[in-house]
Design a protein around this ligand. Sequence first.
Ligand SMILES: C[S@@+](CC[C@H](N)C(=O)[O-])C[C@H]1O[C@@H](n2cnc3c(N)ncnc32)[C@H](O)[C@@H]1O
Length: 308
Amino acid sequence: MNFFSFLVFVALQILFIPLAIVGVILTGYRQLVVSKKLGTSQTAIEILNGRWTMHIFGMREDEAAVRVASVLPNTSTFGLWLCLFPLWTKYKISGRYFGYPRIPEEGEEVLSDLVMARTIFFDRIVDRALDGVDQFVVMGAGFDTRAYGMARRGGVACFELDQPAVQALKLDGLRKGGVDASHVTFVEVDFSEDDVFEKLKENGYDPNKKTLFLWEGVTLYLSEGDVRKTLQSIREGAAPGSVVIADIYSENFVKDYEVGLGDIPGGDMHLLPSYSGELCGSDRERCRLLCFYRWICILSTVLLWTSL
Ligand SMILES: C[S@@+](CC[C@H](N)C(=O)[O-])C[C@H]1O[C@@H](n2cnc3c(N)ncnc32)[C@H](O)[C@@H]1O
């Protein structure tokens, strides 16, 4: 069955080469250009696309992500289908993952596994930690949908923190996608400016209750000082027994990206904040160059897929 599925995949993939290119352009255009027009995070969309893919490939249940992705203006599930249909067909026939998406063995992760590996890893820890808390705070939530899935249990109060433009778009997506968000409190926060704890307290957070703080894929967009300040604020304000789950990136990681951009004008600045589009509004030229760089990455990915 595996060999048969491979033959079907190769035939379909050849037929789909032009369609996959259309898919990449459509999805990439919406992610980069439309997100920028809307003044919202495009990296958060990348995570949502990955979670949509995981759901479609039967890897991880996430109905809310599927519903939100299908109505947001800055992604295209149609475009994603055009890119992934041959791989999906192969998976359906053989029941095995091939190339993308896949859940890698620990230590064998590559860049294209980023969303899958990170999501599964965080899911495990979040799932365990949720049992012992009364409140769940998703910091820099983007289009994360855990509050509408795994966290809907035993009266856990949910809070989502992010920038206003991202939250407005997400709320619209949840409403249009028919996802109930009545149990979630949305709090507008800028980690560089605000004291997270003050903001939470103003919005109904109870500092005496044990809380799980999830800070996934966000600290790399912030300065070390802002990350330290925010963690310190949680440490001082959270009830005993509270938990913080976060990925903290080393300076070397961020510097590696800087080196990669050395020959691009403006590449001496941190790639990741500018790459995300959310923090480089004032430097149009740098944004334009980085977007161009991103397009090249997307196109090379499609070439990679089509040459599999
Ligand atoms: C890559 S996304 C991750 C989203 C989500 N945590 C997930 O894993 O799906 C990064 C998120 O951090 C948010 N973010 C970046 N800088 C921020 C800041 N200074 N204040 C608040 N949110 C910020 C962005 O708006 C975006 O939603």
